[in-house]
Write a protein that binds this ligand. Structure first.
Ligand code: SF4
Length: 254
């Protein structure tokens, strides 16, 4: 049974793995121009959508893979209602956890995976708590999270950015990824996981956490509201003169 790539256990990096090449100036300029136009369109700064502690955010994020926001939010609340704390979720019979999160996609896989992640945190920290991440630089905190089972680049970035840590981290979801590909910010064949480092490297180092969050939000919103998976609305897109895919589609329709 398939799971989102971000939810699969992280494999040890191969020795041949390389850092992404330094972004060229044209791609950086394109990212900044797209950001400016989309921020005008979607009204930056964008309010953070919730303020969960980092461990709660991690659980929420693990439940959300390939699941509608409404369903994963309900499952998160059901989990909170069914167990007094995360230690109780960790130590419960897996069937009880699966029952509590029945509304998400693949609860039979997510329940044991969630317990594995909670056990791994306990093993690393001696307690179920992620508050130590606050004192770490974002890259170090992301690396710490990414060795946990089931935690990939998207989940690590979500914990750092969306939780009360309010870190300077860039999550990339499927909408964000699609818009970035069509604009030419990343190569066509680059998967969501490795695209995190490439897209984050395009952003100015002096941007604060809110600006990085806004960048993710506006790219994601644009994918949801205009740059649809099927039939993107290129004719009304504020990025159409910047976008090779949009230009090709508009020329084809003409
Ligand atoms: S021009 Fe079309 S393909 Fe390009 S970003 Fe806009 S909607 Fe997407």
């Amino acid at each position: 049974m398939p799971l989102d790539a971000d939810s699969l256990p992280l494999q040890a990096p191969r020795r041949t793995a390389r850092l992404p090449p330094a972004p060229d100036a044209a791609k950086r300029a394109l990212a900044l121009e797209a950001h400016a136009r989309l921020c005008a369109e979607y009204d930056c700064p964008i309010a953070y959508f919730h303020a969960l502690p980092p461990l709660d955010e991690l659980v929420s994020s693990l439940l959300s893979h390939r699941t509608k926001n409404r369903d994963s939010a309900r499952a998160f609340q059901a989990l909170r209602a069914a167990f007094p704390d995360w230690a109780a979720v960790r130590d419960a019979p897996v069937a009880a956890v699966e029952q509590a999160i029945a509304g998400v996609t693949w609860p039979e896989a997510k329940a044991p995976a969630l317990q594995r992640t909670l056990r791994a945190i306990t093993g690393q920290r001696g307690t179920l708590d992620l508050s130590h991440l606050e004192a770490m630089p974002e890259a170090e905190a992301a690396a710490w999270l990414a060795v946990l089972p089931g935690v990939g680049p998207k989940t690590a970035a979500a914990v750092l950015s969306f939780s009360t840590l309010r870190g300077r981290a860039l999550p990339v979801d499927s909408h964000h990824h699609r818009v970035a590909q069509r604009l030419g910010l990343i190569p066509r064949g680059l998967a969501v996981g490795p695209s995190h480092a490439v897209l984050a490297a395009l952003l100015p180092a002096e941007w604060d956490a809110q600006q990085v969050y806004d960048h993710h939000q506006v790219l994601m919103r644009h994918g949801q509201r205009c740059c649809f998976f099927r039939n993107p609305a290129c004719g009304r897109c504020v990025l159409r003169d910047l976008c090779p895919e949009g230009q090709a589609r508009l020329a084809g329709s003409a």
